[in-house]
Design a protein around this ligand. Structure first.
Ligand code: GLY
Length: 365
């Protein structure tokens, strides 16, 4: 079991990581003095993990209504937010009520945005049930939805709000029912955190890979605890991403260019894995890479069952064009995060398009 505290201007809160923690959701929410709750659950876990959380809320004396969503990027839009607001009104939620998200990062993002805007903001609790969400999305208060681009495609997370949860409750036992592919995806974010701020964690992953992929509770709890520390440290220094929080986007600007391409069929963590390799290639092209650690990173990602190349033919020019819609772009110039060495990453402004093209070419085919 581990409890860590996040101290932010937008609210300070605990992150509880413990096998069986789902059953403690009611007690924790009750201690926030919330009596009316709306539980927003991924439809996939509505009858399992969300039902346990709902029973726990009811046992603690909270009224609880459940609203389910299908966790698909196409649903991460305004109609989903409106459906949550309507469910909240039907359930009689008022300003002292609480919304509780049970599911992965997508559910937490949409539910968090609905909580941030309903009655100008109600309490919000994150109950992440994916590795990706436990180590990243559920912590730090980023909420949001996708918005249609001029091209007709969906631009990821282009509308949203910073809205810190009142508590994050992660139960690593929920990971045992998560498909293996999703566990691998979560590992991509853990590897990202290791590269950003905990290089020794790369060795820990390497040595415990089988147990991690099997979701062995003790090993997984320790892994989440360590990966989340990297995120807490950064979020506390820069809650609203005016500076170092952008480091957490390592690999993501590349990933966001390939993730919406339905023909590629990449999940977020898989796109991030390719994005990490592209970011390393960019670092090399810019003459910033130090040491010979990239082959080890590639081997670890591959061993974890993650893609390190874009198998399908894509033009690097098209991918660079897509990067222009990423919200991390600064005044029309490309701002990217590049790894220098494990544990050392930096923000690079005005990245020339030529270097970006070369970075993409290094991971295509
Ligand atoms: N997932 C990146 C961040 O929370 O800033």
């Amino acid at each position: 079991m581990s409890t860590q505290q996040v101290i932010c201007t937008g609210g300070s809160y605990d992150i509880l990581i413990e096998g069986g923690a789902l059953a403690a959701v009611g007690e924790r929410v009750r201690s926030l003095e919330c009596t009316h709750t709306l539980l927003i659950a991924d439809a996939e876990v509505a009858e399992t993990h969300a039902a346990v959380a709902a029973d726990s809320l009811a046992a603690a004396g909270c009224s609880v209504a459940m609203h389910t969503l299908h966790a698909e990027e196409a649903n991460k839009t305004m109609p989903a937010v409106e459906s949550i607001w309507s469910a909240a009104l039907s359930a009689g939620l008022d300003r002292s009520s609480c919304m509780v998200a049970v599911g992965g990062g997508l559910i937490g993002d949409v539910a968090g945005f609905a909580a941030a805007s309903f009655l100008r903001g109600v309490d919000f609790v994150q109950v992440p049930t994916t590795l990706l969400s436990m180590v990243d999305a559920s912590v730090g208060g980023k909420t949001g939805i996708n918005v249609q681009l001029p091209s007709g495609e969906l631009g990821k997370n282009l509308a949203g709000a910073f809205w810190q949860p009142r508590v994050v409750i992660a139960d690593p036992i929920t990971l045992s029912t998560l498909p293996l592919r999703e566990r691998r995806c979560g590992l991509a974010e853990v590897i990202k955190h290791a590269l950003i701020g905990d290089p020794d964690l790369l060795d820990v992953i390497e040595q415990n890979l089988d147990q991690i992929l099997e979701a062995e509770p003790e090993v997984t709890t320790a892994l989440i605890d360590r990966a989340v520390r990297v995120k807490i440290d950064i979020v506390q220094k820069d809650e609203r991403e005016h500076g170092c929080r952008a480091l957490l986007n390592l690999g993501h600007t590349f990933a966001h260019a390939i993730e919406p391409d339905a023909d590629l069929g990449l999940k977020h963590g898989e796109a991030v894995s390719i994005g990490l390799m592209a970011a390393a290639a960019l670092s090399e092209r810019l003459g910033r890479l130090e040491g010979d650690w990239v082959p080890q990173l590639r081997a670890l990602l591959e061993k974890a069952g993650l893609p390190v190349r874009l198998e399908a033919a894509r033009l690097s020019e098209d991918l660079v064009a897509r990067m222009r819609f990423d919200k991390k772009i600064q005044s029309g110039s490309h701002r990217l995060i590049i790894p220098i060495a494990p544990g050392q990453v930096e923000i690079t402004d005005d990245v020339p398009e030529k270097a970006l093209l070369e970075a993409w070419n290094a991971v295509i085919g």
